[in-house]
Design a binder for this molecule. Structure first.
Ligand code: C5P
Length: 431
């Protein structure tokens, strides 16, 4: 794909809300059209006080969509069709009010309905006074949108409509156009990459009501799946039991045990035959009970077991207050994928360490024959299981790169970018 023409033929819905920066929308639309994109403007009623629909129609050559009920305008295509038509929806400027309505899933005007109805990427360019931008409600709304994989472009620091200086200025049209180009470039680079990711914990049953597991929330693996998908990859996510929503566009397979995860991973690699990258982010239980008791194990089993209960082969009460559980090792899934001789993808592992993080991660990288390992220091209280932030050191044979503490979605985006560049370099060296 010629990067210069990346916008040629792209369908862009330009959502305009009532920020002062709306006056820059004709220029923004003109620049996108000049690069070959087709732009349809969708305006909120109040935005028409800042830029006219006549101006937008003149630069886009299409009627402006501004009313969910009025279907009489010739050429008007309605919210469902617009959502489908869009390759990207860019809302610029996006006011605090619009961000709040988008974050809460409202569909009270045409633009929010188009956003709800689209399977495509949404990007917002916030524009407001710095106090409104810094307000906890706005920041929480932005966080919610980020978690939903909506791209947040800007705002930047500068002189605001009120004359104050602060963060709240919408990015200039030229910057927004660059961001749109970068977005399409990144998805065309990854396409048709198939990234297989494992996430979450596994649960290893002891009996019908008890299991062995760990504190993994799955957030990092899900963030990786969302980031890979937003960059255009085909993503399959094999997840242990978690309470997270599947990122849009990601194929999810739920498993419970390590054995099920092992089987699911190899089945996808075998049958899909197109997996380029395997990211093993799951916290797989290293051991499982040797036998799963079919009945609930009694506290006193082995001592006072009644003849009617089925004795467990897994546990043994060896004294009044001591019970042993016999555990067997689970397969090491990431190691088994790294040692494949056919269809071996680029293999990425994770290492949660509490001390000598780099040294221990490097040992794992070599022992498991991985291409890359992402190490994190789980001794840091604020970055332990369930947190929304992470700090990762990526380590490979002859290199190391640190990702400083930031949100898991930002960490995920940087990991995917690195994998993309690095796996392609490795491939071209081999080839
Ligand atoms: O050896 P350790 O469990 O620390 O290694 C962590 C890495 O190995 C992670 O990528 C994890 O997903 C993977 N792993 C695995 N199967 C196991 C244990 C760990 O794939 N049984």
């Amino acid at each position: 794909m010629d990067k210069k023409n990346i916008l040629k033929g792209k369908h862009i819905v330009l959502g305009i809300t009532a920020g002062l920066a709306a006056s820059k929308c004709p220029e923004l639309a003109r620049m996108l059209e000049a690069l070959g994109a087709e732009v349809r403007a969708v305006m909120t009623p109040n935005s028409e006080k800042l830029v006219t629909s006549g101006q937008m129609q003149a630069v886009t050559h299409f009627p402006v969509e501004d009313n969910i009920f009025d279907r009489s305008t010739p050429g008007s295509i309605g919210h469902i069709a617009l959502g489908k038509w869009a390759d990207i929806i860019l809302i610029a400027p996006a006011t605090a009010d619009f961000l709040a309505r988008l974050a809460s899933g409202m569909g009270d005007d045409l633009l929010t309905c188009v956003c709800l109805a689209t399977p495509s990427q949404i990007a917002v360019a916030p524009s407001m006074h710095f106090q409104m931008y810094g307000a906890p409600a706005t920041q929480e709304n932005l966080l919610t949108l980020k978690k939903r994989n909506i791209l947040i472009w800007g705002p930047e620091k500068g002189r605001l409509g009120s004359g104050d200086i602060g963060i709240g200025r919408m990015l200039e049209p030229g910057e927004l156009v660059k961001n749109v180009e970068n977005y399409f470039n990144s998805i065309s680079e990854l396409n048709p990459f198939h990234i297989l990711i494992t996430a979450g914990p596994t649960q290893e049953a002891i009996d019908p009501v008890r299991y062995i597991s760990n504190r993994s929330s799955g957030k990092m693996g899900f963030a990786l799946a969302a980031a890979a998908r937003s960059k255009g990859a085909k993503v399959t996510l094999i997840s242990g039991p978690v309470t997270l929503e599947t990122p849009v566009g990601v194929k999810r397979i739920d498993v419970v045990t390590a054995l099920e995860m092992h089987e699911a991973v190899h089945k996808i690699i075998e049958t899909d035959n197109d997996v380029n990258v395997f990211i093993s982010c799951a916290a797989v239980s290293d051991f499982r009970p040797e036998h799963v008791s079919t009945q609930k194990i009694k506290k006193s089993e082995g001592v006072e077991t009644s003849s009617s209960s089925v004795p467990s082969q897994t546990s043994e009460v060896i004294a009044d207050d001591i019970m042993t559980l016999r555990l067997v090792k689970n397969p090491d899934i990431v190691k088994s994928v790294a040692s494949l001789t056919t269809r071996r993808p680029f293999v990425v592992g994770f290492a949660a360490e509490t001390e000598r993080v780099e040294e221990y991660a490097r040992i794992k990288l070599e022992k498991k024959k991985l291409d890359l390992i992402c190490a994190n220091d789980v001794s840091k209280k604020e970055l332990t299981f369930g947190s929304d932030e992470n700090e990762i050191t990526m380590i490979w044979n002859d290199g190391i790169k640190k990702i400083e503490k930031c949100s898991k979605s930002e960490v995920a985006s940087q990991i995917i970018d690195h994998i993309l560049t690095f796996s392609q370099k490795t491939k071209s060296k081999e080839g």
